[in-house]
Write a protein that binds this ligand. Structure first.
Ligand SMILES: C[S@@+](CC[C@H](N)C(=O)[O-])C[C@H]1O[C@@H](n2cnc3c(N)ncnc32)[C@H](O)[C@@H]1O
Length: 184
C-alpha cells in the first residue's frame, strides 16, 4: 500500500470489530484519496465491488501523486473497483438519474465542509438499499477552529431530517464515526 498521508489506519480497530465477517455485494465510497479504506474493504471481502468517487484534484490534495497512488493501490482488485472521478455531487446525481443499482454499503468521507458533507450524506442515502449500511466520518470530531466541526453540523441536520428512518449500529470508539442502517 503506497501512501503519503495515512488517514485510515486509525479506523481499522473499529472497522475490524464491526465489519469483520460482514459481506455486502455493492459498496460506494465518497472520498477515496489513495485508496486505503477502499483496499481494506476489498481485501477483507467486506464489499464484493466498490464504486470509488473522488475529485483526485492536486489543488486540494497537496500533490499530484494521489491519483496515481490510488490507481496503483487498487490495481490488484481489477474490475471489482469502479473509479468515478469528479465532484461527488455530480457523480452521485448522475448515478441516481441513470437508475443505477443501489448499494448495500456506503462510506462518506469526502469534502468536510458543512454543505458538501450534508449533500453527500443525502445523495448516498438515496443510493442506499433498504437495510443498507452507511458509515459517516468525523461526525463527532472537531472544536471551535477545527474544520471537521462542519461535519458535526451537517450530521445534526441529517439526523433531524432522516433520524426516523435509520438506526445506529455503531458509534465509533477509536474514531469519531457512526454506522447507520437504513430502515425505510
Ligand atoms: C479524508 S480524504 C479520504 C480518505 C480515504 N477514505 C482514506 O481512508 O484514505 C477525503 C477525500 O475527499 C475528496 N473530496 C473532497 N471534496 C470532494 C468532492 N466534492 N467530490 C469528490 N471527492 C471529494 C478529496 O479529494 C480527498 O481525497
Amino acid at each position: 500500500m503506497i501512501t503519503t498521508c495515512d488517514m485510515f489506519s486509525r479506523c481499522v480497530p473499529d472497522w475490524a470489530q464491526w465489519l469483520g465477517g460482514k459481506r455486502f455485494e455493492r459498496g460506494l465510497e465518497i472520498g477515496s484519496y489513495e485508496g486505503a479504506s477502499a483496499c481494506w474493504l476489498l481485501s477483507q471481502g467486506v464489499v464484493q465491488s466498490l464504486t470509488c468517487v473522488d475529485l483526485w484534484d492536486p489543488r486540494y490534495q497537496g500533490h499530484s501523486g494521489v491519483e496515481l497512488n490510488f490507481d496503483t493501490n487498487v490495481a490488484e482488485f481489477g474490475n471489482r473497483v469502479a473509479k468515478r472521478k469528479g465532484d461527488s455531487y455530480k457523480v452521485l446525481s448522475s448515478l441516481i438519474a441513470s437508475g443505477a443499482p443501489k448499494f448495500q454499503f456506503a462510506y462518506v468521507d469526502g469534502d468536510h465542509s458543512g454543505a458538501s458533507a450534508l449533500r453527500d450524506m443525502v445523495l448516498a442515502w438515496e443510493l442506499l438499499d433498504l437495510h443498507g449500511i452507511m458509515i459517516l466520518d468525523d461526525v463527532h470530531a472537531g472544536g471551535p477552529h477545527d474544520p471537521r466541526t462542519y461535519v458535526v453540523h451537517a450530521f445534526s441536520g441529517f439526523q433531524a431530517a432522516y433520524g426516523p428512518y435509520f438506526t445506529f449500529e455503531w458509534g465509533g470508539r477509536e474514531v469519531p464515526q457512526v454506522i447507520l442502517r437504513k430502515l425505510v
